[in-house]
Design a binder for this molecule. Structure first.
Ligand SMILES: C[S@@+](CC[C@H](N)C(=O)[O-])C[C@H]1O[C@@H](n2cnc3c(N)ncnc32)[C@H](O)[C@@H]1O
Length: 324
């Protein structure tokens, strides 16, 4: 049985952090987009930061890598998604999203599972756009928002970004897919420097640990809903992102205000959001037209169409920058 493109909206969520969430969100009053008030379902998962193990791949059984090759981009490795369904029963999944998506044969269960276990096609459109433009990310701070497998952030890491944060709604996605993918791709992108503590290990192990630590210093991993993610990041640092990638994240109109608030609160003044999306998400209701309308009404960002894909259901790559 393969993962399907079904949507299941809405369902009860299992976490009840409403009060904490609301209190935290109330602190976010200095956003430029104050009228973008949150209308998200009340029972969303609170944001947390994940501290990955230095060798995450060694803790995941039965993983199978596959390679995504687009134009002249470096090949990007990722764990094959079909392995998740085959090995669902033996995987660590405190959120139980693997079982739930399998049982309900659904790619989206609002507030429970938001689709991060598979790579959605607009990610490939955005990778293609980056290849066409020859864009590199040297010295940039990047956020892969709603990252799923994390390929956009991984590309930025491989192309010189100084910092890449990965965010997905589900902790299972971050732990079982995003983090392993980052290590799978970037472990060897480093030199031989060693710390004293690691000098007692065998050289190959030492090199790997060293590379992992350096990689982790450049990455952050977060799960949870966008409202509490915004609060968490703003409490942690004043730095903002030069680039925010976000692919296939505007399918649910209830999330528009929290998504817009993340852009407002975390994008640097001269930064750019790259949004890759379908024109319309049938069965869910969201789409580019509605999101553009929301953005226009809030008068904070200007949008620009960068790429249109006309095959099948129309897809687009769009940028958002602050209005001058
Ligand atoms: C359809 S998936 C797309 C995954 C990936 N960007 C891709 O293109 O393959 C939507 C992503 O947005 C994130 N997301 C959606 N709604 C969210 C919300 N309200 N809060 C936090 N994350 C959310 C989910 O974690 C999920 O990974």
């Amino acid at each position: 049985m393969a993962f399907t493109f079904n949507f299941d909206i809405p369902l009860q969520t299992e976490e009840t952090n409403d009060k904490e969430n609301k209190d935290d969100n109330a602190k976010d009053v200095d956003l430029k987009c104050s009228d973008a008030s949150a209308t998200v379902p009340t029972k969303m998962k609170n944001a947390i930061e994940h501290e990955p193990l230095l060798d995450p791949l060694s803790h995941i059984e039965n993983w199978v890598p596959e390679t995504v090759t687009i134009g002249a981009l470096p090949p990007l490795l990722c764990l094959n998604e079909s392995v998740f369904e085959k090995t669902a029963p033996e995987r660590e999944d405190s959120e139980e999203i693997l079982a739930k998506t399998l049982n309900q044969k659904s790619d989206l269960i609002t507030g429970v599972y938001e689709g991060g276990l598979k790579i959605w096609e607009c990610t490939y459109d955005l990778l293609q756009y980056i290849d066409d433009e020859g864009e590199t990310f040297t010295g940039k701070r990047v956020l892969d928002l709603g990252c799923g497998a994390g390929l956009l952030g991984i590309l930025a890491l491989k192309r010189g970004a100084i910092k890449v944060d990965f965010q997905d709604y589900n902790s299972t996605v971050i732990e079982q897919l995003t983090v392993p993918n980052v290590f799978l791709n970037c472990e060897d992108d480093d030199d031989d420097d060693e710390t004293e503590e690691q000098n007692s290990s065998p050289p190959s192990k030492r090199k790997a640990l060293n590379a992992s630590q350096k990689l982790l210093d450049r990455c952050g991993f977060f799960s949870g809903d966008w409202n509490s993610f915004l609060t968490l990041v703003r409490n942690k640092t004043l730095s903002k992102y030069d680039i925010i990638f976000t692919s296939e994240t505007i399918y649910n109109t209830d999330y528009y205000s929290s998504l817009h608030n993340v852009f407002c609160g975390l994008l640097a003044e001269d930064g750019i959001v790259y949004l890759a999306t379908k024109s319309h998400y049938f069965g869910v209701g969201g789409g580019l037209h509605l999101f553009e309308k929301f953005v226009e009404e809030n008068k904070v960002f200007q949008t620009k169409y960068l790429k249109d894909v006309e095959q099948g259901l129309k897809r687009h790559v769009v940028s958002l920058t602050f209005k001058k």
